[in-house]
Design a protein around this ligand. Sequence first.
Ligand code: MN
Length: 426
Amino acid sequence: MPLTANDPTRQSWLEVPKNSDFPIQNIPFGVFLTRDDIITIGTRIGNTAIDLGALHQLGYFKGIELTDDIFLQDTLNDFIADGRKTWRLVRNRISDIFLKDNPELRDNTEHKERVLFTMNEIEMQLPVDVGDYTDFYASKEHATNVGSLFRDPENALLPNWLHIPIGYHGRSSSIIPSGTPVRRPNGQTKPGENGTPGFGPSKLLDFELEMAFITTASNALGRRIPIKEADEHIFGLVLLNDWSARDIQAWEYVPLGPFLGKNFASTISPWIVTLDALHDFKVSGPKQDPEPLPYLKQGEKKNYDINLEASIKPEGGKETVVCRSNFKYMYWSMVQQLAHHTINGCNVRSGDMMGSGTISGPTPDSYGSMLELSWKGTKPVQLSDGSSRKFIEDGDTVILRGYCQNDKVRIGFGDCAGKVLPARKI
Ligand code: MN
């Protein structure tokens, strides 16, 4: 099926500001509360939110096989479970409805009143009910930096790293949409000289610049997803800030890996940008040496050129960009991660979320966490207000952004932001 919605010459009758993340070529999917407090599935063009539930009720999806209530839900899980053919039909149809020359909705004032909202009339919710959340560790630069900081710069990568996409099972209950404040966690930390563990608010609160992909209902238990088919099972991507308390993490992580240092909050951007919308931004990933096992061989161009950045905004202050990275640096691609995740027969469901792991690039200004940017606190990061940070302080807002751009079109993700509040007293 042609991706007609991707045609860069298309223009909408809705206004799209210059450098908007959401031109008519994007058509992301999200869930929001309307001005009437009704929850609905929607999309966005420019700074206009579009109620897909209302559009469907008004008959604009005629001819596409959809249940009556598919968009009148508080999550996208069922729509995602309908599969790639349906996503494409719906995305192409939305594009047609808002095409400059199409008068059908453009000239119907009554319908427009029911369907269109300004961004400040709505409140974005989590787009999916995430059943399971897995976080990978797929950036070679990040894994090398962490290995150098905590173990041995000469043997920074552990022997398994170049052979398997390393990951762990995260926790989905604390995934929150952009804009939700993040409470600094309390926890245990490494014992000092007296041998008793420390306890209290984390002193080393960090962000992790990541992306995450959302899957469809894919494989039955016991069956794998072959790598050649893996991208059919990926609905789209969001930005992910995998907040991390480094001091809690350092004490608890042996031998089973991350736990309370990670699962107190994970912020995602609320619009899922479809893999289809990113189609024209496919690039080759880093050369893989040694060659992966056959079930992980992916052929050509399975990475995506997505510019990424992280900013810190102190309370009442101005933002400073502290990191510029790119999703294309990922050593293990999304299809490799999904093929690996299911090679043992583990089943993946609609709305599951797979984090990439921190996405660090090759240069020190492209490292995707304060741990790396401040090199474990030895090189404070300067902010534009004259202050500096080793880690994240109370009142700081961390904002992740991401976008693809070529000479014709820009496809972005909007903000993934969270403000840190002081720890609760125990
Ligand atoms: Mn992570």
